[in-house]
Design a protein around this ligand. Sequence first.
Ligand code: 48F
Length: 265
Amino acid sequence: MSLRHIDETRVTRFIVRSFAEDFVADTHLDVAVVGAGPSGITATRLLAEAGYQVAVFERSLYVGGGMWGGGMLFPRIVIQEEAAHLIKEVGVNVQVAGEGYCVADSVECVSKCAAAAIDAGARIWVGMLVEDVMIDEDARVCGVVLNWGAVQRAQMHVDPLAVSARLVIDATGHEADVLHTIQRKVAGAQFDTPTGQIVGESSMNATDAEGHIVELTKEVYPGVIVAGMAANAAAGAPRMGAIFGGMFLSGQKAAQLAITRLADE
Ligand code: 48F
């Protein structure tokens, strides 16, 4: 069997049209998630499963954030037993390692978590950087300002586009990038953190870091819930290395907070 003759311009039209339809549909979101690491992808899936219009914007060309590379490029992650259900329910094979620890293949985990979020109805936009936020007249964040990740890398001056969102989840990992942007740009911005400011993460202490991450997952600025490593970084709490239970539980809490918040509006 031979494949049909290809009209190259049709390929172009199909791609651009399909992209444009989906992107236009995502210009008004219930929740814009920034960063497609474990916490962001988990929050995205749970919000989509709950019926919300949610999309995640990821500046890299790949999803998974720090999960893809496992621990120091060994493609495995460790998860505490109490959090393992959040990846088992999307079909990840989780091996019990003993003493309350489990192990999973990092590539399998990223792929299945991302596929489940898409199957639940969310869109994952890769190569899109959130370079800023929109702020309304009540000083509340009401959307994200987007550019191509490649534009940032090339240091080109290209004006961005904007997408509105009833809530934003900062799941940008160690950088807490959305919150740092707000701190830099909004004069006198105060955050719900121990110092009122965005501090940056401290050195590794896995027990402390994992112990605090769920509690630190909250709406730290009007309209912005922080999740994952960004929650610790915002508060000045420690990092933890390749142990991921807190990331999944934090993503789950961010989704639950968002659902409660949106129901109140
Ligand atoms: O860092 P990342 O995986 O965040 P996480 O969900 O998980 C942290 C763990 O991977 C690991 C750890 C485990 O114990 O500590 O590090 O908290 O994923 C964050 C994602 O956000 C993207 C970034 O490329 C990464 O994929 N990102 C960061 N800033 C932006 C962004 C931005 N401004 N716009 C879009 N994406």
